[in-house]
Ligand binder design. Structure first.
Ligand SMILES: NC(=O)c1ccc[n+]([C@@H]2O[C@H](COP(=O)([O-])OP(=O)(O)OC[C@H]3O[C@@H](n4cnc5c(N)ncnc54)[C@H](OP(=O)(O)O)[C@@H]3O)[C@@H](O)[C@H]2O)c1
Length: 256
């Protein structure tokens, strides 16, 4: 018996949205390391081509699907075309996300809608596009990237927190609806990881110190530290894990 084979993703294809950089790229690399074929996604083709080359140099099989997750028709058509003409998408990681920070009393409607559109509607669009094929095959893994703000509020990130609370509930609600088709819908809730998204926070010495003090591990996370959780939830090792949010946060949520 080989327990590690439970985590093997050989023969599986994973689509990771927003994977040209940051956490998405780290997850793509990690899933490729477990044997999965990778589909990179984002809006910026140039950035994606660079990411593709980096993964191919490591021996990964990689293709690109360039689309904006908020464009529902494009998402649907692109995924349908991939499924019919290339092959199955076994694993979906809904990772694409943004944050627009600012005091809520001054927050404008356009930015509010933008955050919710990308962070929630984006995940909804891509999940809905892959679902008919996963349902037909009676197999599928969906991993939604949540956040500390799926559980905790914080000044200046109200729309982000609303979107990440929504993603947590999208995870649970889809589990309730699709578990009968052998689709596992889970979430990963990262603590604070150094990426483009968090660069303004990392560059602020006051925030940096506050975060270290607030996190039992006393440090920021490295995006590669999310890979174990992703492989677990994407693989047979997680076949009976459903509707769960796995927080990878250096202990932040466990402490006050
Ligand atoms: N970093 C953290 O500490 C942290 C903590 C908790 C949760 N998260 C979550 O983790 C996810 C990734 O964040 P990150 O820190 O890696 O940020 P990032 O480096 O800014 O990466 C975000 C990615 O999403 C893509 N993207 C944005 N809007 C998109 C759209 N409409 N359609 C398709 N792709 C889109 C971007 O690529 P293009 O610009 O090329 O489209 C980019 O590659 C987000 O959901 C974020 O909320 C991050």
């Amino acid at each position: 018996m080989n327990t590690l084979s439970l985590f093997n993703l050989k023969g599986k294809t994973a689509l990771i949205t927003g994977s040209g950089s940051g956490i998405g790229f780290a997850l793509a690399k990690g899933l490729a390391g477990a044997g999965a074929k990778i589909i990179l996604n984002g809006r910026n083709e140039t950035k994606l081509k660079v990411a593709k080359t980096k993964l191919e140099e490591l021996g990964a099989a990689v293709s690109l699907l360039v689309f904006d997750v908020t464009h529902s028709e494009t998402v649907k058509n692109t995924i349908e075309n991939y499924e019919r003409n290339v092959g199955p998408i076994d694993i979906l990681v809904n990772n694409a996300g943004i944050n627009i920070r600012g005091p809520f009393e001054d927050f404008n409607e356009t930015d509010w809608k933008k955050v919710l559109d990308i962070n929630i509607n984006g995940a909804m669009n891509v999940s809905q596009a892959v679902a008919p094929f996963m349902i037909q095959r009676k197999a599928g893994k969906i991993i939604n990237i949540c956040s500390m703000q799926s559980e905790l509020g914080r000044p200046s990130v109200v729309p982000y927190a609303v979107s990440k609370g929504g993603i947590k509930m999208l995870t649970k609600a889809l589990c309730a609806e699709w578990a009968k088709y052998n689709i596992q819908v889970n979430g990963i809730g990262p603590g604070y990881f150094e990426t483009e998204l968090t660069q303004p926070l990392k560059n602020d010495p006051e925030f940096d110190q506050w975060l270290r003090n607030r996190t039992p591990a006393n440090r920021w996370g490295n995006p590669e530290e999310l890979v174990g959780a992703a492989v677990f939830l994407a693989s047979d090792a997680g076949n009976y894990v459903n509707g769960h949010i796995l927080y990878v946060d250096g202990g932040l949520l466990a402490s006050v």
